[in-house]
Unconditional design. Sequence first.
Length: 143
Amino acid sequence: PENPFFAKRIANLVWTHFLGRGIVHEPDDFRVSNPPVNGPLLDALANHLVKSKWDFRGLVREIVNSKTYQRACDTNDTNVLDNSNFSHSAVRRIRAEVLLDILAQVTETKNKFPGLPEGARAVQVADGRTSTYFLTTFGRATR
């Protein structure tokens, strides 16, 4: 694409997916008054995406092989208050659908959803209208 911001936005969205916070936070809020916390990093990821002819797997590989992605969530005296510079990994809640699928797999049980074959995975449910007590209790996304 010709739009110079497109690659940056895509790179920021992929980064946000893996690290829980974007280089530009909020991920959809690209404007002059909301600069990236690390402009050179965002430029490098966007350039990688363009030079690789939009190879998303390559971008994902670049991110997950980085020391930033591999950091532990432990903090120290110098980074305990840091929420935006990626000095440590952020603890994030697991999605209800993923938790249900994990539990079904380890207990060797099959999920049952109305209108879907027995054993369908919770992450395969396409809309927010199909739900179970478990998904409601643990905060299913409305999509």
